[in-house]
Design a protein around this ligand. Sequence first.
Ligand code: PMV
Length: 320
Amino acid sequence: MRATARAQPNIALVKYWGKSDVSRNLPAVGSISITLDELYTSMSVEFDGALPGDVLTVNGEDDEAMLARAGRCLDAVCGENRQRARIDSQCNFPIAAGLASSASAFAALVVAADSAGGREHTIAELASLAGGASGSAARSLYGGYVELENAGDDIVVTSLCSATDWPLKVVVAVTETGPKRVGSTEGMEISRKTSPFYGRWIEQQDADLAAARDAIAARDFAKLGEVAEHSCLKMHSIMWGSRPPLIYWNSVTLECMHAIRELRSRGVEVFFTIDAGPQLKAICTPGSESSVTDALSATTGVRDIMISGLGDGARLVGDD
Ligand code: PMV
């Protein structure tokens, strides 16, 4: 009745921004991501018929705000007649700050719940269930390079290439540690309804996905970087063009972006991406991470640096 699973966050290289169906949490576009290694959420789920209601602790503290969402996710995996659950989440990186903590949390939650509840969903089914709770969580069920296809009334998630087949590195520059200003579901709806660029974004997504898929198949770092930065900046253009505007960057985010472009002009194989938060993620080839780390550490205002390789998908780490 108790199980523990671990999952790492993923970072989208071809972003998703916008939902086709908010009630079912279906994305309006497909996306391609990389699953990280060193950052993780470890999630324990224990079903207990004696509990009056679900209980959620995050890093040892009660978390009322996330409880209902976690409970709905357990219902989706184990059915609404399930026993109440004690859920304990341990996360080794900042939460809700644009570092994809919800992706690792819900990916780990569906795997732990499935096992604790004695269910035997396939990974593909668990990916779809995790996606119902957090769009990007579906991608953390798989390792390495992952594509999420928007299949109309469901999603299909596949691994394009394993972490060991193309072991790139990721250097995260943390520029702020507070929670994000506007949650992504709310932000996506604001953009869908108000941004003049939203329609073009949807139209162009298939071309970006195809370019990234080809670059990954050919291990073409420069081509992958070009499409990833383009996708990131396009997504932020939609956000900036929304009413009210969604500005997730701070001045340090922009300084980090310049630092990465400057490094690249000197021949370092690196590109950047930024999600719905102020942190910059630099993706580089193995061996380049020390110069990337040095450049980002030297950028005034960077508070912390995290370095990660690429890793596997969500998995059980304990079952008793
Ligand atoms: O996982 P969600 O539904 O909170 O959305 C995440 C959206 C971005 O991180 C900004 C882009 C992406 O594809 O991960």
